[in-house]
Each structure stands twice: as structure tokens, then as C-alpha cells.
Design a protein around this ligand. Sequence first.
Ligand SMILES: [Zn+2]
Length: 307
Amino acid sequence: MKKRAVIALLVLLILSVGTYSRADSSISDSVPRSSLYDIPAYDGEDFVVLQEDRPDFYTWQISPEPYVMFSKLDDLGRTGPAMACLGPETMPTRPRGQIGNVRPSGWHTTRYDDLIEDRYLYNRAHVIGYLLCGDNATPENLFTGTRHLNANSMLSFEKQVVDYMEKTKNHVIYRCSPTYAGDDLVATGVQMEAYSVEDAGGLCFNVFVFNVQPGIVIDYATGESHRAPTRMGPNAEDDTQEAEAPSAPQATEAPVVTYVLNTNTYKFHYPSCPSVQEIKQRNRQDFYGTRDEVIAAGYEPCGRCNP
Ligand SMILES: [Zn+2]
């Protein structure tokens, strides 16, 4: 049996049998929940839905008593999962103060003035957002998150929770789990789970949000980063810079598209790959060269079509 299938079976077993019997209430000791799942590689979408959007909470955890719990930093100084019962009681009443000089694991003060609105690649991102729990500067609640994660992809889910609580005054069981590969200092992404109490899941989600920044390649082991390789090929004329595009082959017949590029994820596909249909138009580019050339340009083969 394939490893993936075995993992999926295990997850099913844990979910169906273990849901009511596991007594582990300490989130510090628990593994990030998303490690239970088969998280696909980032392919240009900000997040993926896990387990049909159903969070992995125990029944005894679904209770309207407000609390907020952070994990201790681990041996590498990394921020772990945080869990809360959010409600009107946990929402901030005072204006937000300064985060100060907390330096979460993998932190670098790196600017890309032309690529990032607000210039800086990294934010001190809250595991449980300030608007949800009122916590602003606890080091155990801050991790190194990209501007895109903090201001776009994660925020959109946090806003769902805030809007829901403001509208209903109900409580929401909420867990956010930064997830690291191996000893990496920067999280690959965060799993975000939410389940509303009083209406038994009127608000309900389970997603994995990628810690990425379009146009930037991040070394998650260290937090170092560099610009993604510049666009290339015959369709690169919309680049603002004078692109020294490699000259198109001097052929009379129309060149044949060999691969399709995702200029956001730096994956390349066969034109027939189903993932090609999912690439946003602005990130999609045809490529006319050889496999060695596309790899030399900084692209990686898609795991689905294995070009
Ligand atoms: Zn593909």
C-alpha cells in the first residue's frame, strides 16, 4: 500500500475512534494538527481546505467558556499552536500597542521595495490575531509570517471569525498551528481551524494557509530570501524592465509550446496537466525550450504531471 494511503487511513482511524477518548489537553505537547494531514505542495493558491473543511476538535472542547492558550516556544525558539475559545469577552477593548522588538524564529528585516506594498517581507504575525483575542506582544503568539500571509490570506479567515462574533455574540473554538518542515525556522504555513459553539458549527473551517510571498523565494530553514528568477521567454515583453529575453528560435514555423510555467510558484507543467487550468492568467506563461532550459531558469517540475 502506498504511504499516502496508509497515512490517510491512520487519520481516518484517529478521527473515528480517537475523537472522544484522547485525554491530551495540553497543546504544548501536541503535534501541529496539520502534520496529520497530507498537505499538498504550494501551487499558487493561498490556502488549501483540509478534511472537507471540518476542524479536528474533540466534543469536550466545544464549550462557550472563553480562554486563550499559547504553546511554549520549542527548543529552536519556534512558535507553536495556540488554541482559544473566542467570544465577545476575548475581543480587544483597547487600541493596539507596539509589538516592540520581538524576534520570532527565522526573523530577518528584509525589504523588497518594488515588490511588496509596505516594503518588508516579514511581519510579526499573530498566531491568534489581535482582533480575535486582544493579545498583541506575547512572544509565544508571534511568528515570522510573510506580508502576504499576514495582510491577505490569514487575515481573510480571521475576519470571518471577527464578523461572525460581532454579528452573533457567539463563541468560536479556534486553533491556529504554525507548521514547520523538519528543523526549519520559518513556518511553511499555518493550519487554521474554527467551529462556533452555540449554533454547532454555523461558522466552521479547517484550512492550511501557505506562508509565501509572491515574487520571493524563501529559504524556510533560515528565513533568508531572494527574488524569484525574472520572467523569460517570448511572452516577457510586459515586464517593465528591459528584458534581455533569450532570442526566440529563428524558425519559420510557429514554435511549439513545450511547457506551461506558473510564474508565481515557479513550477512548470506539461500543457495537458490539469493544474494548468488552475493557474491564474497573470501567472501563466508558455515556454518553448527544453527541460534543461526551464530548470536552468529556476523552475521546478510539477508533482502532478511530472514533466
Ligand atoms: Zn503539472
